[in-house]
Unconditional design. Structure first.
Length: 463
């Protein structure tokens, strides 16, 4: 069995090398991984629940895990958002039943599709309690409920009411125009589905998260700006009292703050500087220091803070994308070949993976491409498999992903890496010593005569 296993590993290494060389010249991702983000990012992504547990069989899970389903869902969200703008601009009817035929047909088509999509997503989930914790799924259910109510339920009720009263409309159901206006406003919530498109454009998602992370820094800078504005407003209000500047620019503390704030944020203030300079030189110096402190220092410092926040968010998002990409790639292979991974039970991130199962994962082209894409030398990874499983027989999926992420070429060397290197060298030297000890009897049989000493050599001492 040992030669067969070695032969299989050699063939796997050859296949991996071919795949790695094939993708080596591929274009990298948009954001280059310039430094390693803190390890807590990976721990948060790996140790939190990865999602609902889906059925392994059935039509719902088969449709849900089809790539065409996700692509068509994104296309439907985009088309529905475009159609919502057309409907708002061209459809003046208060309900679907009173709209033109083209609007009725399109609304019913969208309603049928989104209702079908929610049924598929809910039907494929095995643990139904997860529906309550999934915000995106709850949003889909809420929006579909609104769409079904507006498109089908209101239409059926109005159609029944018009049997006895031909002039019946949605206004009779809602009671007044304010409720109708509220329903129309709720219809605009369908635009929230466009947030799903951010998942397919990681750059936009990075910018949105960077803006969210920068809110605190921006408010702190603005607070400092307002505090400085207040201090200088008090100074100018006090110094300009009983002068021409008091009536012209600084009549009150509120007006002074507004004047300084507006002129400081928008430095088109030549007239202000001229008036202050004509009145008093020291006031002109104070005004100059104010503009230097606000417009040049604080606002540009805010720009620098925003750049750093975006940069940090970029690193975090890149790290998150790499971890999710590797994790999902491994889980997909495990789900596709359950007979190869009999331990796939319970929490996905606690799956025990043996050395042989890890070799099976590396036999899959999708896993190899993912490892190569996140910047890991696959050939070097193959050489280190025995070392990683040196003191244990199996690893969890969390440990496997963390181990692979630490092997990226962009990571900086740490003390832990040096310790691991010493451990690896010691292990290799130990194996070499064992091999030499085992081979010593065979060497003795080949060369029974002990080697002569250097002093006994006839050539010794000639030089």
């Amino acid at each position: 069995a040992l030669p067969e296993r070695r032969q299989r590993r050699l063939s796997t290494m050859e296949a991996v090398q071919n795949t790695a060389h094939a993708v080596k010249n591929r274009k990298g991702m948009v954001f280059e991984d310039k430094k390693d983000v803190q390890k807590r990012v990976r721990n948060i992504l790996l140790k939190r629940p990865t999602g609902p547990t889906y059925y392994r069989t059935g039509y719902c899970q088969w449709i849900l895990h089809n790539d065409m389903f996700d692509n068509f869902a994104q296309l439907a969200v985009l088309l529905n958002s475009i159609w919502l703008g057309i409907d708002v601009d061209c459809n003046n009817a208060s309900s679907v039943i009173d709209s033109e035929p083209i609007f009725q047909v399109v609304e019913n088509l969208f309603c049928i599709y989104f209702f079908f999509e929610v049924v598929i997503r809910v039907g494929a989930i095995q643990n139904k309690w997860f529906i309550i914790t999934d915000r995106w799924l709850m949003l889909d259910v809420f929006l579909v409920a609104l769409m079904v109510t507006e498109t089908w339920i209101f239409t059926i009720i109005v159609a029944i009411m018009r049997i006895s009263d031909p002039s019946a409309s949605v206004d009779n159901i809602l009671g007044n125009t304010s409720m109708l206006r509220l329903v129309r406003m709720l219809k605009l919530l369908r635009m929230a589905r466009m947030a799903k498109l951010l998942r397919s454009v990681p750059e936009l998602l990075t910018m949105v998260r960077a803006m969210s992370a920068a809110i605190r820094a921006v408010f702190i800078a603005l607070g400092f700006f307002v505090a400085l504005d207040y201090v200088y407003a008090v100074i100018f209000r006090q110094v300009a009292r009983d002068t021409a500047l008091e009536d012209l620019h600084f009549p009150s503390l509120k007006d002074t703050m507004m004047k300084l704030l507006i002129q400081g944020a928008f430095p088109d203030s030549e007239s202000l500087f001229n008036d202050v300079a004509n009145e008093h030189f020291l006031l002109w110096v104070a005004l100059l220091t104010y503009f230097l402190s606000t417009t040049i220092t604080i606002l540009n410092m805010m720009i620098g803070v925003l750049v750093e926040v975006v940069k940090s968010a970029q690193y975090v998002e890149q790290e998150s994308m790499n971890v999710r990409l590797l994790r999902d790639s491994i889980l997909q292979v495990i789900r596709e070949f359950p007979e190869m991974f009999p331990n796939f039970e319970g929490e996905p991130m606690d799956i025990p993976i043996t050395k042989d199962e890890f070799w099976m994962l590396l036999e899959q082209p999708s896993v190899v491409l993912t490892i190569q894409q996140i910047g890991v030398d696959v050939e070097g990874l193959l050489e280190l498999i025995d070392f990683f499983f040196l003191d244990r027989s199996r690893m969890t999926l969390v440990e496997v992903v963390d181990m692979v992420m630490q092997l990226r070429s962009a990571n900086n060397a740490t003390v832990k890496d040096v310790v691991d290197f010493r451990k690896y060298v010691s292990h290799e030297l130990g194996q070499l010593k064992t091999m030499m000890t085992t081979a010593a009897p065979q060497l003795a049989l080949v060369s029974p005569r002990p080697p002569h000493k250097l002093e006994d050599s006839p050539d010794h001492g000639r030089n």
